[in-house]
Design a protein around this ligand. Structure first.
Ligand SMILES: [Zn+2]
Length: 287
């Protein structure tokens, strides 16, 4: 069994400290899901797994319901941060990559509780006919339109899902503007949200500034990334932290994450990325 240092430190160090009020921050957790399916990820460390079994997802939604969370959209969360109104017990639910199993497995459960969610789609993999991404079937535009009618929001996850930091400025502009225009044309409404694909280069301040400017120019209003934690009033609205969730999040770890006991991981995550960035700067860049 894989050693879960993140789980142990969360449940036995950070959570007790939080209960003693050593960790206090006004915030709204944003959950990050990918696939909702019974998938065998035995060869992947639980920290990196991206699938959540439908039965586990159902338990997690029941957990939110029982705990009295109100599920809000990203724009509403950013509005709360702006007004410094984070006293309500709110949560945002997001999904990346546009997989078909959102339609078949996640949506029926969300609908049972009347929960909304935001799905971020890489538009090159969403078609009028069924396309695939990472070997898995994606939503079709018909399904996207149907989900929108039931209150699901959609955001851009670029066109081709590249590591944007490795792209030139022109390609970055294409990825963020063409994807936004495509979804807007297909759905007939303004798209406000963006999700950064892959690991977010948190420690590269210059890149972040340039991307923020480009997102603003493309008329995005908010965005999320893969940096761990719960965002609050001082967070950058274009790169809001999220809490990754998968099948390995039992009820205890799930509740601890929502309460803020997983936020400590942002620091080691930042440190590892900074090291990788320095090593990468000395060696050859990835194509
Ligand atoms: Zn993705």
């Amino acid at each position: 069994m894989a050693l879960r240092i993140d789980r142990l430190a969360t449940l036995y160090v950070a959570d007790p400290l939080r209960r003693c009020n050593f960790i206090r921050q006004a915030s709204i957790p944003i959950l990050m899901y990918h696939s909702i399916a019974d998938e065998n990820e035995a060869g992947v460390h639980p920290y990196y797994r991206t699938s959540t079994a439908p039965s586990v997802f159902a338990d997690q939604m029941e957990n939110l319901h029982q705990a009295g969370f109100s599920v809000i959209g990203l724009s509403e969360a950013v509005g709360c941060f702006r007004e410094r109104e984070t006293t309500r017990k709110s949560v945002v639910i997001t999904f990346d990559d546009g997989f078909r199993d959102f339609y078949s497995n996640a949506f029926p459960i969300l609908n049972r509780y009347g929960f909304t969610a935001t799905m971020f789609v890489p538009t090159a993999h969403i078609g009028e006919n069924r396309l695939k991404f990472k070997g898995k079937e994606c939503l079709t535009w018909d399904e996207v339109r149907e989900l929108q009618k039931y209150g699901i929001s959609f955001g851009s996850h670029t066109v081709t899902h590249p590591q944007l930091r490795d792209c030139d400025p022109h390609s970055i502009e294409e990825e963020i503007t063409v994807s936004k225009q495509t979804i807007e044309q297909k759905l007939g409404c303004a798209i406000q949200s963006f999700a950064y694909p892959y690991a977010f280069p948190e420690s590269d301040a210059g890149f972040k500034q340039r991307l923020r400017d480009q997102l603003r120019q493309a008329k995005y209003e908010n965005g999320v990334c893969t940096t761990i934690g719960r965002p609050g009033p001082t967070s950058d609205p274009f790169f809001l932290n999220r809490l990754p969730v998968n099948s390995d999040d039992d009820a205890r770890l799930f509740r601890a994450k929502l309460a803020g006991s997983y936020d400590w991981l942002a620091k080691p995550q930042y440190f590892v990325k900074m090291l990788k960035q320095r090593v990468g700067a000395r060696g050859p860049r990835r194509a």
